[in-house]
Design a protein around this ligand. Structure first.
Ligand code: ZN
Length: 242
């Protein structure tokens, strides 16, 4: 069984389409949330994911904010502006779909969340202090997370969790019963100084997780953002992966 693992698409249709075209054959799709926010194509992204067969799609903080389930207080000015624009642009069906998404799911040996297993919507797993308590917050061997927009491998060890950034294209071998938290990075707004769309391919049969990157037409996304009147710094950052 092979899973395409995507997260943090953020209304970037060009990046999502590039990932779907680049992905090797897979049996199912896992989306770890934040379908919308920041980007200019929220409806197209939601509709694309609604039509993907055999998918598990979670909600993230931007999805909840875009449908009014949470306020904008924790978002910065640009993010908040984009959320208002997204809320005004989303269709009724698309809002309903976002509102129906779970924030946590289990799939055989996988626990799936957007942020962290102890705080699925909001917590950022980007340092050992936040990660340490999290291995007690899920029971499966693996946990897949998004939210930080940075690919990450977190290994549970006796002396505490080990965090490291995987190289683009790296394949991590899952060993025995070792427990891991893995973040595939962001499809639509990478923040690790690499503008290419990031995603993962989890092969449950072989016990491998591949961290993949694919370039997409950033210019086209930027032009759409400009036409929509979205903040220009949100467009600029796409070109550098910030
Ligand atoms: Zn996000």
């Amino acid at each position: 069984m092979r899973y395409l693992v995507i997260s943090d698409i953020h209304g970037n249709l060009e990046a999502l389409e590039a990932v779907l075209a680049d992905a090797p054959a897979h049996d199912a799709v896992i989306c770890l949330g934040d379908l919308v926010g920041y980007g200019p194509s929220p409806n197209d992204v939601v509709d694309t994911l609604r039509e993907v067969d055999r998918s598990v799609v979670l909600a993230g903080d931007h999805d909840w904010a875009a449908i009014g389930r949470v306020g904008h207080a924790t978002f910065n000015t640009y993010a908040s502006f984009a959320l208002d624009w997204t809320a005004g642009s989303l269709g009724t069906d698309e809002k309903e779909f976002l509102g129906s998404l779970p924030v946590r799911a289990e799939l055989q040996e996988l626990t799936l969340v957007h942020g962290s297993p102890r705080d699925p919507v909001w917590e950022y797993l980007d340092d050992a202090a936040h990660v340490s308590p999290c291995f007690d917050a899920f029971d499966t061997q693996l946990c897949l997370v998004g939210h930080t927009h940075v690919p990450l491998v977190i290994t549970q060890q006796e002396e505490g969790p080990a965090l490291r950034r995987p190289a683009p294209g790296e394949t991590v071998l899952l060993r025995g019963e070792q427990r891991l938290i893995l973040n595939p990075g962001s499809v639509g707004q990478p923040r690790d100084d690499d503008p290419r769309a990031a995603y993962g391919l989890y092969d449950a049969t072989r016990g491998t997780f591949e961290f993949r990157r694919v370039p997409y037409d950033v210019d086209s996304t930027q032009r759409k953002m400009q036409a929509a009147g979205l903040p220009w710094p949100l467009a600029i950052r796409l070109a550098v992966g910030l």
